[in-house]
Design a protein around this ligand. Structure first.
Ligand code: ZN
Length: 284
């Protein structure tokens, strides 16, 4: 199942992202139109949606919007790929640092982002969406609490992040538009191997990052388990699961986003998201 949002209404989308069925209409108001409400009744919704085929839907021309617009909690994992930890000059941690991206940074899959300084960096990430509350769950049960997966960009202002001591991970990664996500949430059963997805991003068509989620130090079910032993995870919560190597900060010479750059991020069998960056009077 591929779940998205069109004009603020939850929709089921076909694999080509061309046809959609409005959830509230098709369910006679039982589910939707708010996608946030759907995550709260995920098991019932998934059972209902199982019999709906979006190939019977209508062609849409509107742009898909953020499929997780109102998470109660946003978790983000740093240093979850060994090569990225190395390029960031950190040792591989026993458990990666956890920070948040504040809700006002969340955005849809396509848009324009204002640059906030000279060191704005990219981090393509798999984002896991919680579908069933999780408290002290085992790793073996971790996937059972995940509604689906989507693409995220953990866009980062390296000056705000690292000019503070200790670093300000959450604030440095929470300017408006610095957490674009989408285009749809894909349920884990749609993947040949949900633990091994290729993810990549490029700037103006030049590839910057390419990795596989099987390289994560802590897998999705391990993250669900470890986090849930501290903090109960709620339906609709999201986890940015960390980025592979190839960020601008870790390159020689370093490279950052500038006015007019287009950042395209992809995960196999989910799709792609695209942001265009613009300088403002202050950052030009
Ligand atoms: Zn990140």
């Amino acid at each position: 199942m591929r779940l998205g949002v069109l004009e603020k209404r939850a929709v089921l989308v076909d694999s080509g992202h061309r046809l959609a069925i409005d959830v509230a209409e098709a369910s006679d108001g039982r589910f939707g139109p708010s996608i946030t409400a759907i995550y709260n009744v995920w098991d019932d919704f998934a059972a209902w949606a199982h019999d709906i085929d979006p190939a019977n839907g209508s062609v849409f021309d509107a742009t898909l919007e953020n499929p997780i617009p109102e998470p109660a909690q946003v978790f983000a994992i740093g240093l979850n790929y060994a090569e990225h930890a190395a390029e960031s000059k950190y040792d591989v941690p026993d458990f990666p640092p956890v920070f948040t991206k504040y809700r006002t940074s969340l955005a849809g899959p396509v848009g324009v982002v204002e640059l906030t300084g000279p060191k704005i960096d990219w981090e393509v990430e798999l984002v896991a969406v919680i579908g069933r509350a999780a408290h002290r769950v085992s790793e073996a049960d971790g996937w059972d609490h995940v509604a689906g997966l989507t693409i995220g960009q953990d866009i980062s202002d390296r000056e705000t992040q690292f000019n503070a001591h200790p670093p300000q991970f959450s604030l440095g990664k929470s300017y408006p538009g610095y957490a674009p996500m989408g285009p749809v949430v894909v349920t884990p059963d749609e993947f040949a191997d949900r633990d091994d997805l290729e993810l990549s991003c490029d700037v103006n068509g030049e590839q910057m990052q390419k990795g596989r989620t099987s390289e994560m130090i802590f897998s999705v079910p391990q993250l669900v388990s470890r986090l849930s032993h501290i903090t109960p995870l709620l339906p609709g919560d999201i986890i940015f699961t960390g980025t592979p190597s190839g960020v601008g900060m870790g390159r020689t010479p370093q490279r950052f986003l500038t006015d007019g750059d287009v950042l395209t991020s992809r995960i196999a069998d989910i799709g792609e998201i695209e942001q265009r960056f613009v300088a403002t009077a202050e950052t030009r």
